[in-house]
Design a protein around this ligand. Structure first.
Ligand code: C5P
Length: 286
C-alpha cells in the first residue's frame, strides 16, 4: 500500500495574455502550494489495466472524467499498455471548483504514484508532456512548491518560496467554472502584454505587507463581473483583514498572506466569523 499527499495551490500572481488561436491564453503566473491536501492511497486492483477509483466525497466523479483515471490511462498506454490493475482511494479535502487546483494536483500525484506501483520511470520530458495533456495546471504540481509558469502553464521555472509562511483562504460557496471566466475575459476585450509583465514580477523575498500590494490576478475582473457577490465579498474581506485580498486562479477562492502560520490561523478565525463563510488558515509553501 502506497499513500501520497496531494496539496492544493494558489496563484499568488496571475497575468493573462489575449486569447491564442488554439483557444487557450498565454500566462505568467506564480504558483505556490498551500497546506490543504487530499490523500491518494494505491493498492492492488482486480482487473488488469484498470484503475478503479473510489472517493470519500460523493460529488467527485470516479469514472473517466476524473483526472486520476485519465492519468492512469495515459500512463498505462506508455510502453505497451499491459499493466496490473490498481485500486486508488481518494480522500478529498481540497474544495472543488475553487481555483485551488485539487483535480490537477490529484492527477500529478497519480502520475507519480502509478509509476511507483508499476515500477516504471518515465523520462522527465515525457512525464511533463503527459501532465500538460491532462490539464494546464498539472505540470506545476510536478514542480511544487513554488514556480513561475508560462505558456498555457507548461513552461516552468522553479523559484524561491515566498517569505510569508501563512495564508488565509476564504472559500465562499460560489462555483466559478474556469472556461466561463476566460470567456468573459475575452468578451471584456482583456489581454495583458506578457512581455512587459516580465519586468515587474513580484519578489519572493518580501514580507506579507510589502508583497501583497504587488500581487495581481487578471481573472478578477471577469470573475467579479460574473459574480457581484464575489466582488462584494472581496471588498468586505479587505476591510475586515485590513490588507489586500486577492483571488486564486479563476476563483472563487480568495486569499491574503501573513508572515507566520499562527497569524494566518487567527485571521482566518476572525474573517470566517465576520464574513460568515468558510475560512482556513494554513501554511504557504512547505
Ligand atoms: O487546461 P484546463 O483543462 O485546466 O483548462 C480549462 C479551460 O480554461 C480551457 O478549456 C480554457 O478555456 C481555459 N484556459 C485558457 N488558458 C489557459 C488555461 C486554461 O484559456 N492558459
Amino acid at each position: 500500500m502506497l499513500t501520497l499527499r496531494s496539496t492544493a495551490k494558489v496563484n499568488l500572481y496571475l497575468r493573462v495574455g489575449p486569447r491564442r488561436p488554439d483557444g487557450f491564453h498565454g500566462l505568467v503566473s506564480w504558483f505556490c502550494s498551500v497546506g490543504l491536501e487530499d490523500e491518494l492511497e494505491f493498492g492492488p486492483g482486480e482487473v488488469r489495466g484498470v484503475i478503479s477509483l473510489t472517493c470519500d466525497h460523493p460529488e467527485v466523479p470516479c469514472d473517466e472524467r476524473n483526472l486520476i483515471v485519465k492519468a492512469g490511462a495515459l500512463l498505462a498506454a506508455e510502453g505497451g499498455g499491459d499493466r496490473p490493475g490498481v485500486r486508488v482511494h481518494l480522500r478529498k479535502r481540497i474544495p472543488m471548483g475553487g481555483g485551488l487546483g485539487g483535480g490537477s494536483s490529484n492527477a500529478a500525484a497519480a502520475l507519480r504514484g502509478l509509476q511507483q506501483v508499476w515500477g516504471i520511470q518515465l523520462d522527465p520530458e515525457r512525464e511533463a508532456r503527459i501532465a500538460a495533456q491532462l490539464g494546464s495546471d498539472v505540470p506545476f504540481f510536478l514542480n511544487a512548491p513554488s514556480a513561475i509558469c508560462r505558456g498555457r502553464g507548461e513552461r516552468i521555472t522553479r523559484v524561491a518560496q515566498p517569505v510569508p509562511k501563512g495564508i488565509v483562504l476564504l472559500l465562499p460557496p460560489i462555483a466559478m467554472p474556469t472556461p466561463a471566466v476566460y470567456r468573459k475575459f475575452d468578451e471584456m476585450g482583456l489581454g495583458t502584454d506578457l512581455e512587459a509583465v516580465e519586468r515587474t514580477l513580484p519578489d519572493p523575498r518580501l514580507r506579507a505587507e510589502e508583497l501583497l500590494p504587488t500581487l495581481v490576478n487578471d481573472l478578477e475582473a471577469p470573475a467579479f463581473a460574473i459574480s457581484k457577490e464575489l466582488a462584494q465579498l472581496r471588498d468586505r474581506a479587505e476591510k475586515v483583514a485590513g490588507r489586500p485580498v486577492r483571488m486564486s486562479g479563476s476563483g472563487s477562492t480568495l486569499f491574503t498572506l501573513c508572515d507566520e502560520v499562527a497569524s494566518a490561523e487567527g485571521m482566518a478565525a476572525r474573517l470566517g466569523r465576520d464574513l460568515g463563510i468558510r475560512a482556513v488558515g494554513c501554511a504557504l509553501g512547505i
